[in-house]
Each structure stands twice: as structure tokens, then as C-alpha cells.
Design a protein around this ligand. Sequence first.
Ligand code: ZN
Length: 479
Amino acid sequence: MPDDGLIHADLLIVHGDVFTMAGDGSGYIEDGAVVIAGNRIIETGASGPLSLRYRAARVIDATDRAVLPGLVDAHVHGGIALLRGVAQDSDSWLRSLEPFVNAMSLEALLAGSMLTVIEGLRSGTTTFCDNSPGIAHSLPFYEKAGPRVAASPLTSDAVPASSDSTGALPKFSDEMRALGLIETRDLIERWNGAGAGRIGVQLGPRAADFCSEKLLAELRDLSEKHGLKIHMHLAQDKRETAQVLRRYGKRPVELLDSLGLLNERLIAAHLIDCTDKEVERVARSGASMAFCPSSLLICDGILPPADVFMDCGGLVALGTDETSSNNGANLFSEMKIACLALKMKRADAAYMPAWKALRMATAEGARAIGLGNEIGTLEAGKKADIILVDLTLPSLVPVMRRPVRNILPNLVLSARGDEVCLSIVDGKVVYENGRMALFDEKDAMGFIRKTAGEICLGAAREAAETRTAPFVMTENGEY
Ligand SMILES: [Zn+2]
């Protein structure tokens, strides 16, 4: 190694439009650089001085590239991604999906998470809060493919786990509760901190109507014991409220509060069937909110109350929910929808500016899922989760830096995600110029497509056996 007085680093990114997202805004550095040693950022700043101070094994010239923290998907059910588009334009998305969900094997759930990771990595997502049944079966793929994951099993002890609100309340099964707890404990033991710290575990009760009080209390105790987040749906629809009210005489937010679950360890997804007072109660408890606008707009025609949550000082992260409802796992489109939908709700074009959406998908998303000390900004000491976006592609041209800087609004409102040209997780390149660095995408896509075909056959068999019509929509809207 030459004795040139320079400090050795592994990776030096120079000459980029760097958005560190540090502080309260975008932390922009023109002609900026990021220095990485091992899995951490050791310095960010102007390219000139940093190029003179460091020598790196690899130097990436980021001229005409935006350099951002990797995006955080705070709520995604990767496992059911293979059901993209099978229940859209329906007045009961969940019920329409059931024959397909019932036909899903562990292999199908794995294929769904693989598809989510591939689509996500290609569009800048580097952290996935994947809440899926059978998640342990998908984690070896996460370990190999390179992204960061906060994994939780979708835990329920309700029989039947039905989306119907009109009939008898489902019973709770001691056996299912025991199995759910075993699955969660095994996941913590085997996977929490695995992949050199890239893989973490959260607890994943499905919702207050799908879990007994006993199961919720036991998961609360596990979360306290291990200091882990509880990642769950809360007040996600009228069915949940109706069932919880019938069973306990309390609404879901009140029930969770009475069980000691409303606190900073909770990530609450959706909060759809909440009064503003209830939204405030959740926000003031220190819990964070996973905001999934596309999914809820497509499935229910409803916008979750992220604006009310933020007005009460709550921390909001963005999520795609699942490809089967969102129709994608792309946080660039999610940022745009978040801005547009909230502007429309508030009838105010200045509401929800682009920089705020980018913070939701980076710095604030990371804090909301409990990784704010590790990722979400490009600052010395943080783990190196970084994406580069090609600003020369038609959707991001022209680039102006003065008198007006248009880069950030265009990243949120113009980019489609496929402008991402490089993704780094934990200091390692995982995606570069259309190619996955750590696995064969063509092989993976072959497996995914084959498995998706099997689900259709399984759903058709179930429909024939149960004499229910499969959900098939023709072009003229008939079923
Ligand atoms: Zn969800």
C-alpha cells in the first residue's frame, strides 16, 4: 500500500448531488462525496477536500447522479406479492383474495418475498419491513440477496381468520397461539442480528380482531424482553372495529392501550377506522405510523390519516403494504402518491412538499422502524445504505442547480424508480446498472413465474371444490 499520507477507505463516491437527509431538511451537498469503510459511512462532505484526504479501493464517479440514503419500506407483506392484480376494482379486496391466499405454499410465500425484493432493489428500496406468514422460509434469500430486512411473522390465533364481519365472531385457538409464539421465538433466536446485523426481527400480530388478548399480551411481553418493535395493523377497517367492539366493548385503539401496547415500540399500519382523537392518542403515545396510501386507495378508496398523525407530532414512515394491493413495491411511486393524495385532502398545493415525502422514505422511516441510529441519513457513523439515481434519464432532465434547484422535487414527483442505477447496503454493492450483484435474477424470476402459475391452479381447484366462483374479471367488468 503506498505511503502517500492518505486515509484508506473501501469506497469513495464523488461528484454527486448528495442529499444526506441529515438535520430537518434534505442536507444537500453540491459536488458532494461519501466515504465508506467496511459497512459504515466515515465522512460526507465536498468532493474536493475528501478526494485529497482519502484513497479508496473503489472510486465511484457520481457526476449527474443523485446520491441518497437507501429507501425504507416500513410495511410490506412480501409473501403475498404473487397475487398482484387478482382482486383489484373490487368492493371487498380481502375476501376476493382468499381463494388465492388459501392456495399459497411456503414456496409461494418465498417467491412473493423474492419478487418484492427484486422490484424494491431495482427502485431504490434497501430496507424491507417484511411482515409475512412463513417469513423464516424467506430469510435465507434475504441473507443472500443483500438488502436489510426487519422481518416479522404474520401472527394470528383466530379461527377462521375470516374477513367477514357479519357472522359469528371467530374463536381463538390455544394451539395456534402456541404455534405463533414458537414461530416468533424461533425467529428471534435464529435470525435477530443475522446477516452481520442486516437482518432484524419484529413481532407481527396481524390485528386486534385476528389475535386474542392473551396472544397480544404475550407478544407485548416478548417485545419488552427483547426490545423489539411490534409491527401490526391497527384500526385497518370497519370489520376490525365491529369485531373488537362486539368482543370487548372497546374500539381497537382503546383495546391496545388497555393492554399496554400503545407506546414507542409500536409501528401501527393504516389507522383507517380511527377518529381524529384516536389518531392523536396513538401519535402521542410515541408509536409510529406506517402510511401506505396506494394500497389503501386501491383496496378501499380511503386515504389513511397521515396528516392528522403528523399534526399531532407523530412519526410517519412510508410502506407499500403488498404488491397484491398496491400493485407494486416501488417507494418512488409511493412518495408521489403520498404527496398528491395529501395535497388533495388538504386542498393545499403547498402541503406535503417533496422533501417531506423523501424524509418519510429515509430519515423518518428509519426512525419509525427503530433503526434511526443505524440508517436513514448519510452521516459519519451510519451504516452505508446508499442509492445513486441517474439524473440524465428523460424523466429527470433537465437538472437545475441555480437559481432554482429542481432535483429533489423531480426525484419525488418525476422519477419512476428505474432511474436508480446503484444500490449499496451495509457497504456492499447489491445492485448496479440493471444487474443484481449477489444472485441470479433470471433464475429467481423463473422460479417466481413458475410458482405464480401453480397458485392459479390451486385457487381454481379450491373454487371447484368449494363451489365458489373464482374471482375472474373480464375486460368489461363482469366476474
Ligand atoms: Zn398490511
